[in-house]
Every structure is written in structure tokens, then in C-alpha cells.
Ligand binder design. Structure first.
Ligand SMILES: Nc1nc2c(ncn2[C@@H]2O[C@H](COP(=O)(O)OP(=O)(O)OP(=O)(O)O)[C@@H](O)[C@H]2O)c(=O)[nH]1
Ligand SMILES: [Mg+2]
Length: 377
């Protein structure tokens, strides 16, 4: 069976489970979990293991093949079309940049999901340069916008470099329901497993049996251990046990899945804080990465989500998923400008190799490339 078919099936399977489970999650999630293990304040010296982080191993995808670059470009087709349709309409039949054109440019930028603040900054720069007569035609405006966008994106280009060493490198993954957390974990795990690393997955979503099952299926498929707790157990007790095992078993990379949550639900955000704290108690500086997974089709809501999560736990990286299915991928520009959190990965499909290290140059080239793709909207 091909990779594509397998993931397609899993995608459908999990989608169904998630819908079935959502209602029950709403009911149980506010309740105090039974069987909760209260974490005693540990003696710091008992539990802390201070080991220097070694030089990280480079699994970067800097040298992507033409086929891979084509996949990225294809993945961004909808965003590119949406963005350019807007810009094209602004400049249609126009040779000069008058007030009216600049006003329409303002509208197009605001509509492009790149964030209001960012849109205005772009517009201000363009207007300034038009006034100074450095720009006097539509092509020059587009070129200038592309350059600025690339600059914004370059500032947050910072692929995740996993340090392999004496202690496990721990990544805690957070985000709202269905954003692609579990799939992204599987994709990251598969990549490191392929580099012969010992990887462990932790099922921190203890409220939904289907969530644990989903992670277990991925674990079996990739060939890595999955640590699970009892049903409805306190997620931080699972995290606690997982850290113990990871240390004993010389695991190199631990990926902690968490329950999808509405970022507006206070008890759930508190639970997240507790998991975060527990990880740090077992291994100092852990989690080494708190990765927020954001569905690009959320548009402007994505920025709000990231801000709220960041108030609960210090988010250190972003994975922006489902860019292939949306015309709202411009949100990556707003994220880069308004949040300034490193963008680690972009997801451009459901397949295992559809997770890419974020590369600003490749991304902006793909966003502004001529449209040869046959993919329809
Ligand atoms: N097209 C596309 N689909 C994706 C991408 N990433 C994830 N998905 C799909 O999005 C759906 C939800 O993904 P999950 O990984 O289950 O999301 P989650 O955040 O773990 O969801 P909860 O556990 O319910 O909070 C699945 O059908 C995935 O296959 C992507 O980059 N592109
Ligand atoms: Mg999940």
C-alpha cells in the first residue's frame, strides 16, 4: 500500500474519531480528573539532571531537490492565487501609482490575512517609496512587497535543531483541537527515526481514548515507544512517568502530545502549565521546545491562538500546518511580524514527508513564483 493511501485512510479514521469524541471531551475536561497524582514538590537535587546540551545534529532540508521545491510551490498554490489575485486586481490596467491604486492596495493587503498591523506597515513603506519616487510602477511595488515579506520571514527562520546527548531532548506540542499536533509529532518522529535516533512519543491527551490510540498507531508504524497513562489520568502524571522512562532507556528525543483545547478554556490551559512544569522538574531546561501547531486556515485567529497559548506556557516555536488546503497562508507573514516566535516547520499535506523545515527564501520564492501549477482552487 502506498504511503499516500495509508495516510489517507488514517486521516479519515482519526477525523471520524475526533468528531465522535469531541462531545465527551467537552463534558469531562472541566471535571477534576480522577486518580490524579498530586506531584509533590520534589527536592530539586533529587530530580534535576543537569547535563550540557551537545551540539545539535543537522537534519536540515536546506538542499531540497527540485521535486521537493515543486511540492512546496504546489502546496502554496491556493495562498499564492489568493494573494496575487488581490494584487493583480489592484493593478489591473494601471500604469501609474495614484491615490486610488494605493487605497486599493491597502484593501487587498488587509484582505490577504497577513495581519492588519503588518499590512499597514507594508503599505506605509510602499507609499513612502512612491513619494520619494523610488517606485513608480506596479511591478516595482510587487518586487518591493516581496522583498519586505522575505525580510520579515527571514527574521523568524530558525529550524528546530535537536540536540542529541546524555539527556533526552524534549518537545512539548500544544495547540487547539484538530490543528495537526499528533500528525506533526508523527512526522517529526519519523524524520528522527530515519536518522536512527531513539524516539519516544508521550500520549498527554488522556481524556480521549481515540487520541491515545491514534498516537499508538503512529508509534507502531514509525517504530517507537509510546508512553500512555490510564484513561482520564492527570496528563502531568503521564509526563512524569515518561520522563523517568526516557532517562532510564536513553531516549534521545521525546515528543509530548497534549489534548487539543480551546485556548479560551482556563482549566485546560492550567493543565498545560502543569505538564510543562512537570517536564522541567525531571529534566532541567525541559521542555527544550514548546511547539505550537497552528492550522493556517485559521487566518487571523492563528495569531490570537498563539498569543493566548504563549501566556500559559512559553512557546518557543511554531509549526504552521495545512498550508496546502487554504488560501490564508499569508498568516505566516503576520505571525512572523507580530509574534516574532521562530517558525520551525510548515505542513503542506498529510503524508509523512509533507512537513518541511521553514525556509524563508524558499517560502517567499514559492509564494511569488509564476503559476505553472495545474492545481485548481
Ligand atoms: N492537508 C493537510 N492536512 C493535515 C496537515 N497536518 C495535519 N493534517 C490533518 O489534519 C487532521 C487533524 O490532525 P491531528 O494531527 O489529528 O490534529 P490534532 O491537533 O492532534 O487534533 P486533536 O488531537 O483533536 O486536538 C488530520 O486529518 C490530519 O491528517 C497538513 O499539513 N495538511
Ligand atoms: Mg491529537
Amino acid at each position: 500500500m502506498s504511503e499516500e493511501k495509508k495516510t489517507g485512510f488514517f486521516g479519515r479514521l482519526f477525523k471520524r474519531n475526533r468528531l465522535e469524541e469531541k462531545a465527551s471531551e467537552e463534558v469531562v475536561s472541566d471535571a477534576t480528573p480522577t486518580g490524579e497524582i498530586e506531584l509533590e514538590e520534589p527536592d530539586e537535587h533529587d530530580l534535576r539532571i543537569d547535563v550540557e546540551q551537545p551540539e545539535p545534529e543537522d537534519l536540515s532540508q536546506e538542499n531540497q531537490s527540485p521535486q521537493e521545491l515543486f511540492r512546496l510551490k504546489t502546496g502554496l498554490t491556493k495562498t499564492r492565487k489568493g494573494f496575487f489575485r488581490g494584487l493583480d486586481e489592484v493593478f489591473l490596467g494601471k500604469r501609474e501609482l495614484d491615490e486610488q491604486v494605493l487605497h486599493r492596495l491597502e484593501e487587498a493587503l488587509v484582505r490577504a490575512d497577513i495581519g492588519v498591523q503588518t499590512s499597514y506597515e507594508l503599505l506605509e513603506q510602499v507609499t513612502e517609496r512612491v513619494k520619494r519616487r523610488e517606485i513608480d510602477n506596479p511591478q516595482a511595488v510587487i518586487k518591493h512587497i516581496k522583498e519586505m515579506i522575505r525580510e520579515y520571514l527571514e527574521k523568524v527562520e530558525s529550524p528546530l535543531r535537536v540536540g542529541y546527548g546524555m539527556e533526552p531532548f524534549v518537545v512539548m506540542v500544544v495547540g487547539v483541537n484538530g490543528s495537526g499536533k499528533t500528525t506533526t509529532i508523527a512526522k517529526i518522529a519519523a524524520r528522527h527515526k530515519a536518522a536512527n535516533r531513539k524516539v519516544m512519543l508521550v500520549a498527554g491527551d488522556t481524556f480521549r481514548a481515540a487520541a491515545v490510540e491514534q498516537l499508538q498507531i503512529w508509534g507502531d508504524r514509525i517504530g517507537c515507544e509510546v508512553v500512555k497513562g490510564k484513561a482520564k489520568a492527570d496528563p502531568s502524571s503521564v509526563a512524569f512517568e515518561a520522563m523517568d522512562r526516557a532517562l532510564k532507556e536513553d531516549v534521545e528525543l521525546v515528543l509530548v502530545d497534549t489534548a487539543g483545547r480551546l485556548h479560551t478554556r482556563v482549566p485546560l490551559m492550567d493543565e498545560l502549565k502543569k505538564v510543562h512544569k512537570t517536564l522541567g522538574k525531571k529534566i532541567s531546561n525541559s521542555p527544550h521546545e514548546t511547539l505550537i501547531v497552528i492550522d493556517a486556515s485559521m487566518g487571523q485567529n492563528a495569531i490570537l491562538q498563539a498569543r493566548t497559548f504563549n501566556q500559559a506556557v512559553p512557546v518557543t516555536g511554531v509549526a504552521l500546518t495545512k498550508l496546502d488546503g487554504t488560501s490564508k497562508g499569508g498568516v505566516i507573514i503576520g505571525i512572523s511580524k507580530e509574534l516574532k516566535i521562530p517558525i520551525r516547520y510548515v505542513g503542506i499535506g498529510e503524508k509523512m514527508d509533507d512537513l518541511r523545515d521553514f525556509n524563508a527564501r524558499q517560502f517567499s520564492d514559492a509564494l511569488f513564483s509564476a503559476d505553472e501549477s495545474t492545481e485548481s482552487d
